[in-house]
Design a protein around this ligand. Structure first.
Ligand code: NAD
Ligand code: MG
Length: 393
């Protein structure tokens, strides 16, 4: 029996790495649907290669263009468009597993549809959990969906936890989760120089090749902040049970510390195909196309505490987690607006954290009970950030 796979965000960094792994195992996987928001040429190439039953694009005009590009090659591929189609292909009966690899809040409806439909969810879109943690996890519990983390740190923690871990730290003798962070491209940059960094410099990550939004998140260390909140929801970890350690080599992908003093870690080359293949094959181990870790070439492995003065976004994320309710959704929304403004050259790098801090201050605290609350928190976070940045965003 092959596994029917839908890839949401197939044209992005995680999406293309996913299809690279899938192509190595034609006997295991059948691609049901591929979605892409831009880069139609890449999506067309993927459709020719994998012959999905469905392809999803943003607009009717894009659907027409893709249809023309595929006219002779993919007669059985139905082309859909719009946000609702993302939910549709995430919940098709022939879809067994959904790779949720859309970036940002736009990924939430598709991830949530997969959760509601009880699919195996391979979750790269961390923003889903940051925005809607309690609502998302309640849907997963209700439907019995399997949730497998793609984020390399969370995948490492998943691999280092006891099999079948249910979130009970005391019962399993777990002290804390230790998330590693590379520190990003500005790990050693003095604060005064951070004021002048360009989008290009922020997107040039030393160890990982990623989409532009997560690259900026890594440069501000908001990525680690989002990951702290993600770890809270995935593993039921209270904020004080989550530590962050800078590890510039990105070889140790994260760790779990137990009551007896043992620390279990997952190591590997910094290549997202490893966690992707782990989740695609789980519980089997399958080839990811990733070479052996050369421990001699990896050099000394260093560990340092994070500098919250130079990287206030990490502290803001811890604060939002402790505050709870709508605060993480507000943080996420303000971050998305601020990062987009920075990438467009409308906001200095150091102002990203100021915009987020301001949004957390001005948006009134509220509970997060359902999707209406999530969308309201998202809307308010964006509005607060926009009013601070100015009319262009
Ligand atoms: P990317 O920018 O390379 O790709 C994003 C994908 O989402 C593309 O296919 C794009 O077409 C699609 N998309 C963008 N906006 C959309 C919209 N409004 N509606 C529908 N589709 C839309 O991003 P990425 O680096 O692949 O990251 C994807 C997700 O995975 C993010 O949530 C990121 O935080 C997470 N993640 C990425 C990495 C990595 O190494 N790239 C590692 C861990 C987690
Ligand atoms: Mg990560």
């Amino acid at each position: 029996m092959t596994i029917g796979l839908t890839v949401l965000g197939a044209t992005g960094s995680i999406g293309t790495s996913t299809l690279d792994v899938v192509a190595r195992h034609p006997e295991r996987f059948r691609v049901v649907a591929l979605t892409g928001h831009s880069r139609l040429d890449v999506l067309a190439g993927q459709c020719r290669r994998f012959q999905p039953a469905y392809a999803v694009v943003a607009t009717a005009a894009d659907a027409e263009r893709l249809g023309r590009m595929l006219a002779d090659d993919c007669r059985q591929t139905r082309i859909l468009h719009g946000a609702a189609a993302l939910e549709e292909v995430a919940s098709l009966p022939e879809t067994d597993a959904v790779m949720a690899a859309i970036v940002g809040a736009a990924g939430l409806p598709g991830s949530l549809a997969a959760a509601r439909a009880g699919k195996r969810i391979l979750l790269a879109n961390k923003e889903s959990l940051v925005m809607a943690g309690p609502v998302f996890m309640a849907e997963v519990a209700r439907s019995g969906a399997a949730l497998l983390p793609i984020d390399s740190e969370h995948n490492a923690i998943f691999q280092s936890l006891p099999i079948g871990f249910s979130g009970n730290f005391e019962k399993c003798g777990i002290r804390r989760l230790i998330l590693t962070a590379s520190g990003g491209p500005f790990r050693n940059t003095p604060r005064e120089d951070l004021a002048r960094v360009t989008p290009e410099a922020a997107c040039a990550h030393p160890n990982w090749v990623m989409g532009r939004k997560i690259s900026v998140d890594s440069a501000t260390m908001m990525n680690k902040g989002l990951e702290v909140i993600e770890a809270h929801w995935l593993f039921g970890a209270a904020a004080e049970r989550i530590s962050v350690v800078i590890h510039p080599q990105s070889i140790v992908h994260s760790m779990v510390e137990y009551e007896d003093g043992s620390v279990l870690a997952q190591l590997g080359n910094p290549d997202m195909r490893t966690p992707i293949a782990h989740a695609l094959g789980f519980p089997d181990r399958i080839d990811a196309g990733v070479g052996s870790l050369d421990l001699f070439a990896a050099g000394p492995l260093a560990f340092e505490p994070p500098d919250l003065q130079r990287f206030p976004c990490l502290a803001l994320a811890f604060q939002a987690l402790e505050k709870g309710g709508n605060a993480p959704a507000v943080l996420n929304a303000a971050n998305e607006v601020a990062v987009a403004a920075f990438l467009d050259g409308h906001l200095p790098f150091l102002s990203i954290s100021e915009v987020i801090a301001d949004a957390l201050d001005v948006v009134e605290a509220a509970p997060l009970r359902d999707m209406d609350d999530v969308l309201e928190a998202d809307r308010r976070g964006r509005a607060a950030a926009r009013s601070r940045i100015g009319p262009t965003h």
